[in-house]
Design a protein around this ligand. Structure first.
Ligand code: SAM
Length: 237
């Protein structure tokens, strides 16, 4: 997958060198280029913002540098982080993981002039993506979040691909709690069933815990489950 990130703070994207994203880049699964938006400015002050039409507080990112940047980098699926975007979810991460090329446009200030998105939409898919119902300073952190979720879905990135099947949101439920050694820590034992070696019982326990956790913590997820996602035992749990 090829990824381009355009930002006025390229250094904010330094974590893309680290951990499994860094490894995916080193192994050629992922090709990332981070670009400074000011490269595409033409005035001596390398201006990227101006006052909003219609008045109001703050500044808006001017369309010219964005237009130049996207003309040079496109086409690709343009992702624009925005609190007004669609909520970022695991299904969206899966959809984006199937794209050959993503271009991220990091907004700052009050955001990017709307015409940039409208113009880009004439020649490439454009998706405004929100991390949640709160407001950040800029889109860079959102890019890190989206890329972590997307890159770990790319074939060959995770050592054990089964991790993707069993984790939270893979099947619309939250994952059951996890434990490791020692079997007894302070006064807390690991649940007996997990030490039983009985794989059928363990699978059933995990499924029950997954359902219980989801019902208690995220009941909003349950109505979205397709009917065939729940078996007879699930309904009893
Ligand atoms: N004035 C904008 C509004 O009310 O919708 C908020 C602008 S915010 C201060 C600056 C930039 O941060 C946005 O353009 C976007 O790139 C990013 N951002 C802020 N909150 C975000 C969120 N919840 N999800 C994704 N990106 C966000």
């Amino acid at each position: 997958m090829r990824v381009d990130v355009v930002t006025i703070f390229p250094e904010y994207l330094a974590p893309l060198e680290l951990s499994l994203i860094g490894k995916a880049r080193a192994t050629g699964i992922l090709d990332v280029a981070v670009h400074d938006l000011r490269t595409w400015t033409s005035d001596v002050h390398r201006t990227v913002d101006d006052t909003p039409y219609g008045g109001g507080p703050g500044m808006v990112m001017r369309p010219e540098p964005w237009g130049e940047a996207l003309d040079e980098l496109g086409p690709g699926h343009l992702i624009v982080p925005s609190p007004a975007g669609v909520r970022f979810t695991q299904p969206l991460a899966h959809a984006l993981a199937g794209e050959p090329r993503l271009i991220f446009a990091c907004g700052r200030y009050e955001g990017i002039d709307q015409r940039v998105l409208d113009h880009a939409a004439e020649r490439m898919p454009v998706t405004e993506v929100s991390l949640g119902d709160y407001v950040l300073f800029g889109g860079e952190v959102a890019v890190l979040v989206v890329l972590e979720a997307v890159v770990r879905l790319l074939p060959g990135v995770l050592g054990n691909a089964d991790s993707l099947i069993e984790e939270s949101h893979a099947d619309g439920l939250l994952e059951a709690p996890v434990y490791t050694k020692p079997a007894q820590w302070r006064d807390l034992p690991v649940p007996e069933v997990l030490r039983s070696g009985d794989h059928g019982r363990i699978a059933r326990w995990r499924r029950d815990q997954s359902l219980l956790r989801t019902a208690r913590r995220r009941p909003d997820l349950l109505p979205a489950l397709p009917p065939q996602a729940l078996d007879r035992h699930d309904r009893a749990a």
